[in-house]
Design a protein around this ligand. Sequence first.
Ligand code: 5GP
Length: 114
Amino acid sequence: MTLFEKIIAREIPADIIYEDDLCCAFKDIEPQAPIHILIIPKKPIPRVGEAESQDRVTLGHLLLTAGKVANELGINSTDEGFRLVINNGKAGGEAVPHLHVHLLAGRQMEWPPG
Ligand code: 5GP
């Protein structure tokens, strides 16, 4: 079981802010911005590079959920804004091998990213 599967199963506590049949969203334990939410599929796809065509509904749902969460947090405007990040593999900065979308907001984002 991945760490994030344990969060879905409530075996490890997390501040879950949204959940449905396909995904779960919770606050990152080490926030990199005033708002830092992780949106994960309930199906333990390790990383986006290993997703398959049968996962397309789940993958699309993660982005739609990010928009929904941003709406609920009041940051879904062109003035406020937010950043979505998916780290894939070692050089991509991935630490947890369970696909997750980072939703970061509440400060000005820099480009290029670190
Ligand atoms: P990655 O580096 O794999 O893209 O992101 C993993 C993220 O998971 C990190 O931002 C890290 O802070 C977060 N994280 C790691 N362990 C836990 C945990 O036990 N609970 C929560 N809520 N977040 C975690």
